[in-house]
Design a binder for this molecule. Structure first.
Ligand SMILES: Cc1cc2nc3c(=O)[nH]c(=O)nc-3n(C[C@H](O)[C@H](O)[C@H](O)COP(=O)(O)OP(=O)(O)OC[C@H]3O[C@@H](n4cnc5c(N)ncnc54)[C@H](O)[C@@H]3O)c2cc1C
Length: 112
């Protein structure tokens, strides 16, 4: 986990920045677990990059069965996200690609 994200989650859990792990109460551990599993974010603009990025190129889409995100060439080999040759338009569609592909391929793997 990126250090800056961890620091934000710790602060959002009402834990002092200099607190030691061994000194945390169960209540604060629960707050932290909630932050790790249920935290919500409101997007209110772009990052300091002022732009979005995605890697061009990757595994040809013709080689993928998108019902399972599985290689048509090698059975039981799954791909999702940046590794595929998908350049989505900016605005979160690359994340959506990665999450959707991860979800579908994960389910397909679990069913086999
Ligand atoms: C600066 C920047 C801004 C972006 N902004 C946006 C945006 O606003 N909207 C949008 O939709 N998309 C954006 N993207 C693109 C988006 O982040 C990616 O498309 C998406 O994160 C891809 O997800 P992924 O899981 O495929 O790959 P990644 O998020 O890159 O995850 C791959 C993971 O695998 C790990 N890894 C690599 N090699 C190994 C190994 N050998 N063993 C174990 N682990 C390994 C890496 O550490 C990494 O955690 C941005 C990308 C960048 C770089």
């Amino acid at each position: 986990m990126p250090k800056r994200l961890w620091e934000r989650l710790v602060l959002a859990s009402d834990i002092r920045f200099d607190a030691r792990w061994a000194d945390l109460s169960n209540k604060h551990l629960q707050y932290l677990a909630d932050q790790l599993t249920k935290c919500q974010f409101n997007a209110n603009g772009k990052s300091t990059f002022k732009d979005e990025f995605v890697t061009s190129g990757g595994i040809s889409l013709k080689e993928i069965d998108f019902k399972r995100f599985e290689s048509r060439i090698h059975k039981n080999l799954f791909f999702a996200g940046e590794i595929l040759d998908i350049d989505a338009v900016t605005g979160g569609f690359n994340f959506q690609n990665a999450w959707t592909g991860g979800f579908i391929s994960g389910n397909a793997m679990a069913k086999d």
